[in-house]
Design a binder for this molecule. Sequence first.
Ligand code: IMP
Ligand code: MG
Length: 181
Amino acid sequence: MRDQVSVLIPEDQVARRVAELGEEIGRSYVGREVTVLGLMKGSLVFMADLIRKLPLDLTVHLVRVTSQREQAAGRVLTEIVFSTSVPLEGRDVLLVADIVDTGITLSYLLAHIHEHAPASLRVCALVDKPEARKIDLHPDWTAFPVHEPLADRFLVGYGLDWMERFRGLPFIGTIPRPQPR
Ligand code: IMP
Ligand code: MG
């Protein structure tokens, strides 16, 4: 299956951008301890690399969200299905996301985190597909913005999956957009 993947962003380019982002994020939290909250599972690889480039004191936590979409009925159900116990109140929270597409997943999660009264809440995304947005929402940092017509391809690798596959690829690649079944 791996031979169906075309390289979009090669490994060395990902590494350079993640290092750059680490420095940039580090500059805006000088002297503060950051609560890094990774959105599972897609941000796993990105987060692992990013935290090693953050020149900050930090703690690491994970959260997982599922979404069931009934597009025809216009109904979207999002649910937090797993999270390690995370102290959020009064903390500087940095949510690390894989892809911001429609923005539905992230907006739900942000609302939930806000209820726990963090001192600050910011978002760092590996990939942003701004043209696909259904909810107005902008990550504070984005490693790679992806625009049309590329946004039409499905991204895999570097933690991103299609049907749980391809997460281990060291680069960000694309496969033709899978047809809805
Ligand atoms: P949203 O709620 O539409 O913003 O969905 C974002 C989630 O959908 C991400 O956290 C990804 O897990 C998944 N996703 C969206 N586009 C892609 C893609 O191109 N490749 C892999 N996963 C994707
Ligand atoms: Mg996925």
